[in-house]
Design a protein around this ligand. Structure first.
Ligand code: GLA
Length: 333
C-alpha cells in the first residue's frame, strides 16, 4: 500500500517536472497572451462558431481566448474593464450597437488594449463608419444579391404567378450590414423582373425571431390578396420569424420561400422531418471570421504587425434540406 502510494507520488512528481520543463521550453501558460472575443448575441450559433474557431486559433498559436457576451452597451464597457483587469492585451468585438464605437475605442485606449471588429462596423458620432478600426466582415451586398437571385430561381422553378406573389422584406436599416444585404436582395429581384410594387418592406424592432415575427405579422395583414410569399431578411432568425408568421396566418410550406443568411443558425429548421417555407440558407464563413479576426489581433499584439483595415469574406454556399449536412461538414462545422 505504502509502496503504491509512493510510486504514484513519484509518478505525479515526474509529470510535474516534465510539464515544468515543457513550460520552460515552450513558454509557460501563466505568461501566455490573453485576448478577448466579445459578441452581441451569444445565443446565435453564428457567434458560437466564431468563438470556437477563435479558440482553434488560440490553440494553434498558444494564446488564451476570453469569450464574453455583450448584449448591451453597459455590459460591453464592463467587459472591457474586466478584460483589462485580467491582463488581456486586446479584443475582437461584434458590438451590440455600432454607435458604441467611440466609447469602446476610448475605453480600450485608456487601457492600451488593441481592438479588431468583426461582422458589424463601428460608427462615429456623425454616424460615419470608423474605417480606422480593423474589420472582418462578410460581403453584405453580394450575399444579399445572391439571396434575391436564389429566391427568384426557386419561385421560377415552382412556376408561381408573379402577379399574386409578394416579397416580404424584413429590414434592420440601422445596421449597415443588414441594410446592405436586404438592399442587395431587392436589387437582384428587381433586376430579374420581379414587380417593384409588390416588394414590401417592414422594419423589425429586434434582430431575433420574435421581433421579425411581429414585423411580418403586421405586414401580412395589410396584403390579404397575396397568395405566395418570398421572404427576405438579413439573417436566418429574421427570415425564420417571417416564416413563422406565414405559418400562423395559414400559408402552407409550398406557398412560401424563405432563404436565410448565416447557415449555422438554420440547421434545426433544415433538419425538420417535413419541409417548411424556409427553403434554405446562405452559409458564409463564421469559421474564417472567428479565426482570422483573432489571428490578426494576436499578430498585432505579439509581433506588432498591424491588421488590414478591411477584410471582406466573400465565399458563400446555398444550403438546403438536401445538402446542408455535407456542406457544413466540408467546412468542419
Ligand atoms: C450580423 C448579424 C449576425 C451575422 C453577422 C455576420 O452581426 O447580426 O447574425 O449575420 O452579421 O457577419
Amino acid at each position: 500500500m505504502k509502496l503504491q502510494k509512493l510510486l504514484s507520488i513519484a509518478a505525479l512528481a515526474g509529470m510535474t517536472m516534465l510539464s515544468a520543463s515543457a513550460n520552460a521550453f515552450f513558454g509557460s501558460k501563466d505568461d501566455s497572451i490573453k485576448l478577448g472575443y466579445l459578441v452581441k448575441q451569444p445565443e446565435e450559433p453564428w457567434f458560437q462558431t466564431e468563438w470556437s474557431f477563435a479558440e482553434k486559433a488560440g490553440e494553434e498559436y498558444g494564446f488564451e481566448v476570453i469569450k464574453m457576451a455583450v448584449p448591451d452597451g453597459e455590459k460591453t464597457l464592463n467587459a472591457i474593464d474586466t478584460l483589462a483587469a485580467s491582463g488581456a492585451k486586446g479584443f475582437v468585438i461584434c458590438t451590440p450597437d455600432p454607435k458604441l464605437g467611440p466609447a469602446i475605442m476610448a475605453k480600450a485606449k485608456s487601457y492600451d488594449l488593441k481592438v479588431v471588429t468583426v461582422d458589424d462596423q463601428f460608427l462615429n458620432a456623425k454616424g460615419e463608419p470608423m474605417v480606422d478600426v480593423p474589420l472582418v466582415m462578410m460581403a453584405a451586398s453580394e450575399i444579399g444579391y445572391r439571396q434575391g437571385s436564389e429566391l427568384y430561381k426557386e419561385m421560377t422553378a415552382r412556376e408561381w404567378d408573379a402577379a399574386t406573389t409578394g416579397v416580404m422584406a424584413i429590414t434592420a436599416d440601422e445596421l449597415d450590414t443588414a441594410r446592405r444585404r436586404v438592399d442587395g436582395s431587392i436589387k437582384a429581384l428587381q433586376e430579374l423582373g420581379f414587380p417593384q410594387e409588390q416588394i414590401y418592406r417592414v422594419p423589425t424592432k429586434s434582430n431575433d425571431i420574435p421581433g421579425a415575427l411581429d414585423a411580418a405579422n403586421s405586414l401580412l395583414v395589410q396584403y390579404p390578396s397575396v397568395t405566395q410569399w418570398l421572404v427576405v431578411g438579413m439573417n436566418d432568425n429574421t427570415v425564420l420569424g417571417g416564416i413563422r408568421a406565414t405559418e400562423g396566418q395559414g400559408f402552407d410550406a409550398a406557398s412560401v420561400i424563405g432563404i436565410g443568411i448565416n447557415g449555422v443558425d438554420a440547421v434545426n429548421e433544415l433538419a425538420k422531418s417535413s419541409a417548411t417555407g424556409f427553403y434554405g440558407s446562405l452559409l458564409p464563413s463564421p469559421d474564417v471570421h472567428g479565426f482570422k479576426s483573432i489571428e490578426s489581433l494576436y499578430k498585432w499584439v505579439s509581433e506588432d504587425v498591424e491588421p488590414e483595415k478591411f477584410v471582406e469574406v466573400t465565399d458563400v454556399v446555398l444550403i438546403t434540406r438536401d445538402n446542408f449536412r455535407a456542406e457544413l461538414e466540408k467546412k468542419g462545422l
